[in-house]
Write a protein that binds this ligand. Structure first.
Ligand code: THU
Length: 163
């Protein structure tokens, strides 16, 4: 028997002021996006910003629907907008913030599997991880420098499907 071991490293910051100006700006805009979420059913608001390599910043928030599965997470709203409107431009950094209207969230919330899978497609396309900053509204900040690999260490990757 052999073992496969994978290690992840997440940087943890207590204060936003410890981050670069650029990262702070992304978090600030993610909070703005979060407040624009349409989440009347879950009352769970998520905001996501993407900083593209060309300096463009894209904002997304979760958009729910009365037919629940028709709604979409903030991360996919943002990444699909990037793919549709800025094709060929790699994503450098992503910032995600979340807050619930009815309870307090104290630790950062990682993206769901469907969002991680969608994000991996763009990482593979550009051969570049999307550096990820997570913050529970007002709480600690996590920075994952290896992108989705830090949250989903085994990825669906069948190169042959590209042929
Ligand atoms: N949500 C996101 O926006 N991102 C995620 O990664 C997971 C969940 C949204 C979907 C739904 O509107 C609400 O959070 C509760 O699941």
């Amino acid at each position: 028997m052999q073992m496969i071991k994978k290690e992840i490293e997440i940087e943890v910051y207590d204060f936003e002021s410890e981050l670069s100006e650029e990262d702070q700006q992304l978090l600030k805009l993610a909070r703005e996006a979060m407040e624009q979420a349409y989440a009347p059913y879950s009352r769970f608001l998520v905001g996501c910003t993407l900083l593209l390599e060309n300096g463009v910043i894209i904002k997304g928030s979760n958009q729910e629907n009365m037919a629940y599965p028709s709604g979409l997470c903030a991360e996919r709203v943002a990444i699909f907008y990037a793919g549709a409107n800025h094709p060929g431009v790699p994503v450098k950094t992503m910032a995600i913030v979340a807050r619930a209207k009815d309870y307090e969230i104290t630790t950062p919330i990682a993206s769901c599997g469907a969002c991680l899978q969608s994000l991996t497609e763009y990482e593979k396309q550009f051969k570049k991880p999307i550096r990820t900053i997570l913050q529970a509204a007002g709480g600690k900040i996590w920075v994952a420098n290896n992108g989705t690999l830090d949250f989903m260490p085994f990825q669906f990757n069948v190169e042959e499907l590209k042929r």
